[in-house]
Unconditional design. Sequence first.
Length: 278
Amino acid sequence: MIVDRREYREANGLSMAVFQLLSVFGPAIAGIFSMWIGVKQLFMVSTAMLFLSFITIFSIPSDLIQNIITIGESDFKSRINSVTKGIHLLFGNKILRFSLSMEFVAAIAGALVLVNSVALVKNTMQLDDSHYGLIMASFGLGGAITAFLLGSLDKSKSRSLSLISGALLISVSVSFANFVSFNGLVVLWILAGIGQTLADLPSETLIGENINVKDQANVYGSHFAFSHLWWFIAYPVAGFLGNTFPDRSFLYGGIMSLFLTVAAILIFKKPFRRRRES
């Protein structure tokens, strides 16, 4: 981390908000530039921007980066030990384990949005690309707004309120997608974007607040791997539901997400309640 521990939440929220905004406005800006300067020139501009981002990253003063993390030579065995330790710390912490389970729920529901929205808008609703772009922008916009505000809204140690409400919100939102008009879908996708961010965002901050500084690199790496594994699982699930139940894919996927949310709460939140009562 390059920020003070007390600023983890706000910094992580700002980072996520910028990411969401870029996801929304990036394709639109690229489309405008492609019409203005041409597709080939756009790739050259993208390359130049990539190098500019490298320069920006390397320009960060070294004294702002954790000086406790050292880079040295390591053999294959030590790397395996580091990976194993990161996984053990990630799943050994009750708060992080619950957070990761909510991320899995958000991945299942979020994959439905990303994979099956195009068929819903263009095939079922018989609308064009501009309408599809609008609902996906709504999804990203809801996430961006929430990311800006989340650090100030939920200041609890475990972020349980954010995680549970986010998983429930995105699950319920996608459940009704097969039964609403386009305007209703815009509202649902804004809510789904809010839920996605509420369920996803706290994990990064929770690692910074619950894991020793010298172990954070290993845990962040493990979290990165498993959060992407969740999406690796979620995309085929969304595709299967879209192909098998084209008129009810969001309903069945939403019910599945709600079931997983309740199961995770019953399995992982029970130890929290017992520990507080004892």
